[in-house]
Design a binder for this molecule. Structure first.
Ligand code: A2P
Length: 333
């Protein structure tokens, strides 16, 4: 089997470091890794795959060497500038920022859901927003079987989604310190405010869930609304998802559909206090689904509680799984 060269851009960041962990775990057929970040950390050293790597500064010439895949998680403006440069040199960029997600020429991929979209990439593949990815893993098999008409998302999102600064606001807030990242204390609080507010009164995070869901499921007719909330949890996002279907369903059959879905683990035994929990999902690459119950207020609807590690499945693991699928497709041809 051919071996590939892979760059990690933003290797020193919260998601970047998890890229490295997941790359070690999934063990892709890689010849050389190149770890890149800003000038600030150029020259610093990271232990990875049993070797010491020196961080390189990301520049316009970084992709002049033979690189097949670049995993980017270095913020939107870095992706905007450097992803097209890398793509023009024959690299396939898997980008974790929101810069390219809604570009119609860029596939937006969750490998369990729409791996076929990888095929039409023109050098950039976008990794969806964290809260969208875990929802998609649960919704795709249900959409295929019962056709989703409407979705109501309510999220309970961890502070790790706001990077190191978000994590520190909770840690320091628990000791009574004032917040630096969030506009209000997060310790002992819930903030119905993730990313910026838009003219329609929704936050950008909420509209990401609406628009990205439609793009990934390839269905613009689904009606979707979202309320996204930051909660005092360090890691893993929880989501209450209410679905309305076109078709009727049998609840036991629906549970079986979820049990057999790729990337889903059903944890649903309320009598024994078994349901998905942020603390249990942390460190895992799967999406956990429970509290599966009929919405008795509509003709055909269901409520789900969906939990996943937002740094792993919501970012790094999903991106590395895209790389894995990309290599599988290359090998097939
Ligand atoms: P650095 O550590 O050198 O600042 P996080 O989201 O956890 O803050 O991580 C952001 C990541 O993106 C870090 O690895 C950071 O590198 C990297 N980064 C930020 N700005 C740039 C840039 N202009 N060029 C390359 N890497 C960048």
């Amino acid at each position: 089997m051919k071996k590939y060269n892979v760059a990690v851009v933003g290797a020193t960041g919260m998601v970047g470091r998890t890229f490295l962990k997941v790359l070690e775990e999934l063990n892709l057929p890689v010849e050389n890794y190149y770890l890149m970040a800003s000038k600030r950390s150029a020259g610093s050293k990271i232990n990875f795959m049993g070797k010491e790597y020196v961080i390189e500064e990301l520049t316009e010439n970084s992709f002049d060497k033979d690189i097949d895949i670049a995993l980017f998680s270095a913020g939107g403006s870095t992706s905007e500038k450097f992803a097209p440069i890398a793509a023009s040199k024959g690299v396939v960029v898997i980008d974790n920022s929101s810069a390219w997600r809604m570009d119609p020429t860029v596939p937006l991929v969750v490998p369990e859901v729409n791996p076929e979209d990888i095929k039409w990439n023109k050098g950039i593949i976008a990794n969806p927003n964290c809260s969208t990815i875990q929802a998609m893993v649960a919704l795709k098999p249900l959409h295929d079987k019962y056709k989703i008409k409407r979705v109501v998302y309510s999220t309970y999102q961890a502070v790790s989604g706001a990077g190191v600064a978000g994590w520190e606001d909770l840690e320091n807030g628990l000791k009574g310190e004032a917040p630096k990242k969030f506009p209000h204390p997060i310790a002992g609080n819930c903030l119905p405010h993730i990313d910026v507010f838009l003219p329609n009164g929704y936050t950008k995070e909420e509209m990401k869930m609406v628009n990205e869901t439609r793009k990934i499921l390839g269905d613009d007719s689904i009606r979707i609304t979202a309320t996204t909330v930051r909660v005092p949890v360090f890691n893993s996002h929880s989501e209450s998802i209410n679905l309305e279907f076109e078709k009727q369903f049998d609840l036991d059959e629906l549970k079986d559909v979820l049990k057999n879905a790729p990337g889903v683990i059903v944890e649903d035994d309320p009598e024994n206090n078994v349901y998905p929990l942020a603390l249990n999902a942390t460190g895992k690459n799967e999406t956990f689904v429970g509290r599966i119950r009929r919405d008795e207020s509509v003709e055909s609807g269901v409520n789900l509680w969906v939990v996943a590690d937002n740094i792993r499945k919501g970012a790094a693991a999903n991106a590395v799984q895209i790389a894995q699928e990309l290599i599988r497709q290359w090998e097939e041809n």
